[in-house]
Ligand binder design. Structure first.
Ligand SMILES: *Cc1c(COP(=O)(O)O)cnc(C)c1O
Length: 355
């Protein structure tokens, strides 16, 4: 079951401009130095000092009691639902959420949960939509136990949930005995773009995690925060799923380095995303969603070429992009510079002109 044609296929032109995803970042030389120098121990028994430091940093950053280091963001979502829901329970999330379509059905397969896809534009839903989806508890209805949001909303266009909306959703959920989960794969992008602290963005949300292997540029790892009781439950599932590690401080050191050096610079990625959107929008017929963070969704269909064909035409020039749910998604990150953005805009324009 292939994921996609391998972008590193040696028969193809080497990639020069990699806009596929912010997961494509390579650890920088100074990040590798930090990894090489990391103090380590056995993470599984709580003895890795660098993992412990990272967990303290993330708990403080997100304003929660405790945090746990996990191999991936997906394992954060999976252990969060396993820790907070019981078989037969219902989770409420926007229809394009990662936990619905991109986690291999883990929440149904491992937890026996069903996820209700809530409608709404740009990967978000309103307070009224959530209220309409709530049902009075009866013997007939599956218990509704968790509401989840993505900050930022990936397939929604990297959009930022307004803080006031997050607070009112959390209040409504809690008033109905429902726990709140924030998939913060790109939470730090939202924080840098708005100037709102991660702690304030996470207010009212019981479980919150950030991904280090996206725009923060680490090779591996995510960390999830919440109450002591919640983190204890997550640890049980981490152990059960084989996510408990050994000298993981080598990886955690990259994450600590990312917190120190790669957060503020996310603003550069956002500026590059805006520049890309501005340039693309000048091409006749191009439909471009105005980016709020580092994701630029666009559709060239009305310019004379399908998204798939444009992606294929850019690849021989060493530019890597992909379509996602019908549009092209370009993702700016650590390894994408302003001149690369200019070159991409020029090439897209030339290719569409020739089409
Ligand atoms: C990438 C992503 C995840 C999963 O993170 P991995 O580290 O790739 O497992 C979850 N949610 C969102 C919104 C993401 O973009």
């Amino acid at each position: 079951m292939p994921y996609a044609p391998s972008p590193t296929d040696p028969k193809q032109t080497p990639i020069r401009i990699n806009l596929l995803s912010d997961t494509q970042t390579r650890p920088t030389p100074s990040m590798r130095d930090a990894m090489a120098r990391a103090e380590v121990g056995d993470e599984q028994i709580g003895d890795d000092p660098t993992v412990n430091l990272l967990c303290e940093r993330v708990a403080a950053l997100l304003g929660k009691e405790a945090a746990v280091f996990l191999p991936s963001g997906t394992m954060c979502n999976v252990t969060a639902t396993l820790a907070q829901c019981r078989p037969g329970d219902e989770i409420l999330a926007q229809a394009t959420a990662h936990l619905i379509a991109r986690e291999g059905g883990a929440h149904a397969a491992l937890g026996g949960f069903q996820i209700i896809p809530l409608p709404g534009p740009d990967g978000q839903f309103t307070l009224e939509t959530l209220r309409a989806a709530l049902r009075p508890p009866t013997r007939y209805q599956p218990p509704q136990t968790l509401v989840s949001v993505e900050q930022t909303a990936n397939i929604g266009g990297g959009t930022i949930w307004p803080r006031e909306l997050l607070i009112s959703i959390a209040e409504l959920a809690h008033a109905n005995g429902i726990a709140t989960h924030m998939d913060g794969a790109r939470l730090m992008n939202a924080c840098v773009a708005t100037g709102i602290s991660a702690r304030d963005m996470a207010t009212g949300w019981d479980s919150v995690w950030i991904d280090f292997s996206k725009g923060l540029g680490a090779p591996i790892g995510a960390a999830m925060a919440g109450s002591h009781a919640f983190i204890d439950q997550v640890w049980r599932w981490k152990q059960r799923l084989g996510g408990a590690m050994r000298q993981a401080g080598v990886c955690a050191a990259a994450c600590v380095h990312a917190l120190d050096h790669h957060v503020e610079r996310l603003a550069d990625d956002h500026a590059n995303a805006r520049a890309l959107a501005r340039g693309l929008a000048q091409i006749a017929g191009m439909q471009v969603q105005q980016p709020e963070t580092n994701l630029v969704f666009f559709d060239p269909a009305a310019s004379g070429m399908t998204g798939e064909k444009l992606v294929a035409a850019l690849r021989p020039h060493g530019i890597l992009l992909a379509t996602m749910d019908g549009r092209i998604r370009a993702c700016t990150h650590l390894d994408v510079t302003a001149p690369m953005i200019d070159e991409t805009i020029t090439l897209v324009r030339d290719i569409l002109r020739g089409a």
